[in-house]
Design a protein around this ligand. Structure first.
Ligand code: HEM
Length: 481
């Protein structure tokens, strides 16, 4: 009897919640599996899945994913109709869902807005120069500590793990203190815990952790909350003014200690999760492309370390970084539809969006990997974003019309990345130090670029499936022997 009631309830649920498309709405693709819809395919490799949907439906369609309807827009000429309407399409609602799933954290809407203001003030206006200086010092000290004692020896390492760990530790020391703040935590310990967390991140976001993984995630998060507990508490703690201001904001907003620790951990992820992987891809592409490496190295040798972290004129480096991000930055730009909206496409078509659905832009497919915009779109061309006179190239076209958005690694609009300048300066500083003070080469000169881990599409910078083995040693080695 019980199972009949259960069956009828389930059937009723699906009949009552069955959705059909009205003619004013984008094409609807529900998939065959009740409730889950396309969730499995989406989570496994979102780029392949969305490319398949694009071939089937065109530049706009709605897919059913784990109980939610997501309208995916892939026409960059039409992106502004989403990015410019923060009234009907809300950034925060979905951000809060992810915050809860990944960080077990609930913060009120106004705290998120104020936190962003604080970050903007610190990372864009008042503290950028001093933070860059601190970052430079930490990077150099960490690199020195990594350098082999016996200077004739090469040190072999995976480039991904080397770039990620070094930049993470330098960023942690710069922004979160760690060293002087009566917090004896070795940045390596924080990094090790963080890496385990990062490995589970996409599953946490999708709610697909297995029981054992859930336990690991909880354990690691707890340890990280504890390790970060003192960060930002006082101004003389070695952590940045930004973090101190942020903690004060949480305190004034009535957040208890545990909530504060969770929020500080979320900031650790937001500030450190993308820089290391971006530096890894850039160095990998340079090492695989000798002409690009010579050009960028030549340019960077002419500027000092100080100039590399301050604003300086490095058109070749800038273009190589933009090309790297075109190929490897793949965030979803997601908004929640909080009131009914008509979406105006650039081609004149209009589509109705339903309240409660989500809208998702995926610039990785278009513009970034769109063969109509970028010739040989899979290839790394370090000077793709330069005109012949080495000025920045900004003219890219689709359908004969110039594009406003031709790459979007930093998002766009009011919710674009606040840390963009800090991130670029950090990566330039890291690459400068490595290329000018160290010999760096592939262990296997015939090595191929590692494949992308397809489960990371949608979560900012992509990560490789396997590492790339490199070796390095200080440059003066050769002169001394
Ligand atoms: C290569 C490095 C980085 C990349 C590729 C990157 C990418 C992005 C993207 C795509 C978004 C927008 C998300 C959306 O619209 O839904 C974003 C937002 C944000 N980023 Fe970054 N980011 C990087 C480094 C950083 C750093 C170093 C910081 C801080 C120091 C930072 C702080 C933020 C913050 C606070 C936001 C949220 C803005 C808001 O609330 O509206 N990012 N980032």
């Amino acid at each position: 009897m019980m199972w009949i009631i259960l069956l009828v309830t389930v059937l009723l649920y699906f009949i009552l919640t069955r959705r059909s498309r009205s003619t004013a709405e984008p094409p609807l693709d529900k998939g065959f599996i009740p409730w889950l819809g396309h969730a499995v395919e989406f989570g496994k490799d979102a780029a392949s899945f969305l490319n398949r949907m694009k071939r089937k439906h065109g530049d706009i369609f709605t897919v059913h994913v784990a109980g939610r309807y997501v309208t995916v827009l892939l026409d960059p000429h039409s992106y502004d109709s989403v990015l410019s309407d923060s009234e009907s399409l809300d950034f925060t609602a979905y951000a809060q869902v992810l915050m809860e799933r990944i960080f077990d954290l609930r913060l009120p809407h106004d705290q998120l807005t104020k936190a962003k203001e604080i970050m903007k003030r610190n990372f864009v206006e008042i503290s950028l120069d001093s933070m860059n200086g601190t970052m430079r010092r930490h990077l150099q000290a960490l690199l020195k500590a990594e350098t082999p004692q016996n200077l004739t020896d090469w040190k072999e390492e995976g480039l991904f793990s080397f770039s990620y760990s070094l930049l993470f530790k330098a960023g942690y020391l710069t922004l979160f203190g760690g060293e002087q703040n009566n917090n004896p935590n070795d940045p390596s310990r924080v990094y090790d815990e963080y890496k385990t967390f990062d490995g589970l991140l996409t599953k946490m976001a999708r709610g697909t952790l297995k029981a054992e993984e859930r336990k690991t995630a909880q354990r690691v998060r707890k340890r990280l909350w504890g390790l970060l507990a003192p960060a930002g508490l006082t101004t003389d703690s070695g952590s940045s003014l930004w973090l101190h201001n942020y903690r004060q904001l949480l305190e004034e907003g009535g957040a208890d200690e545990e909530t504060q620790e969770k929020a500080v951990f979320m900031q650790l992820w937001a500030t450190q999760g993308n820089v290391g992987p971006a530096a890894f891809w850039l160095l990998s592409y340079l090492l695989m492309n000798p002409e690009a490496l010579a050009a960028v190295e030549g340019e960077l040798t002419h500027i000092s370390q100080m100039e590399a972290s301050d604003s300086s004129h490095t058109p070749l480096f800038d273009s190589a970084l933009e090309e790297t991000l075109r190929l490897t930055a793949a965030p979803f730009i997601t908004r929640e539809v909080v009131q009914e909206k008509t979406l105006h496409m650039a081609n004149g078509r209009e589509y109705a969006l339903r309240k409660g659905d989500r809208v998702c832009l995926f610039p990785f497919i278009s513009p970034q990997m769109d063969p109509e915009i970028f010739h040989e779109q899979q290839k790394f061309k370090y000077d793709r974003f330069l005109n012949e006179d080495r000025s920045v190239k900004r003219d890219f076209y689709k359908g004969g019309r110039r594009l406003k958005y031709y790459t979007m690694p930093w998002g766009a609009g009011t919710n674009g990345c606040v840390g963009k300048q800090f991130a670029i300066k950090t990566i330039r500083q890291f690459v400068h130090t490595l290329l000018t003070s160290y010999e760096l080469e592939l262990c296997d000169p015939h090595a191929q670029m590692p494949e992308i881990n397809p489960s990371r599409y949608g979560f900012g910078m992509l990560q490789p499936e396997r590492d790339l083995l490199v070796r390095y040693r200080p440059k003066h080695t050769r002169c001394e022997h």
